[in-house]
Design a protein around this ligand. Structure first.
Ligand SMILES: [Zn+2]
Length: 159
């Protein structure tokens, strides 16, 4: 029902991608920054300290009063945010609830994202399914298999 909106976002991304550096310097609007891409991602917000401790035994202190949020896509790809104004707006609500679509700049050679805009999407749009072929276990969450520790593989028949 809002596909025209998504199409508009995609078109805008393409236009930004073909902009050429004609007398532009880094920092100028429209400067292309080589391989830096502007992309749209759908997924959900994840509490990095909690999820990394639970899934990988990471020892994070959570030193500040605020949670550090990451972004997980239906294929289990994990992204981390640059702390900017749009990110602050994104986490100001109830970030753990439901799905979200973010329009971001993806920093080359990383999964570090700079949020430009975002909007909520239905949780059904970001349904996740993962499978461990060793143990024949299916889950709806990414990470290491609870049985053998092998990283779960995303499966495409998610519905
Ligand atoms: Zn397993």
């Amino acid at each position: 029902m809002r596909s025209w909106l998504i199409a508009g976002v995609a078109a805008a991304s393409l236009l930004a991608g073909v902009a050429l550096a004609q007398g532009l310097k880094p920092g100028d609007v429209g400067y292309p920054y080589g391989d830096l891409k502007e992309i749209t991602l759908q997924g959900r917000m994840v509490d990095l300290a909690g999820e990394m401790a639970k899934k990988y035994g990471a020892r994070t202190t959570g030193a500040g009063p605020e949670k550090q949020w990451g972004f997980s896509t239906p294929k289990g790809e994990l992204y981390t945010f640059l702390d900017n104004e749009a990110y602050r707006k994104l986490i100001a609500g109830k970030p753990a609830e439901g799905g979200v679509e973010v329009q971001v700049r993806l920093i080359p050679r990383s999964h570090l994202i700079e949020v430009k805009s975002f909007k909520p999407i239905p949780a059904s749009a970001i349904h996740q399914a993962f499978y461990c072929a060793v143990c024949n276990i299916r889950t709806e969450d990414w990470g290491p298999c609870e049985c053998c520790g092998k990283e779960m593989e995303p499966v495409s028949d998610a519905k």
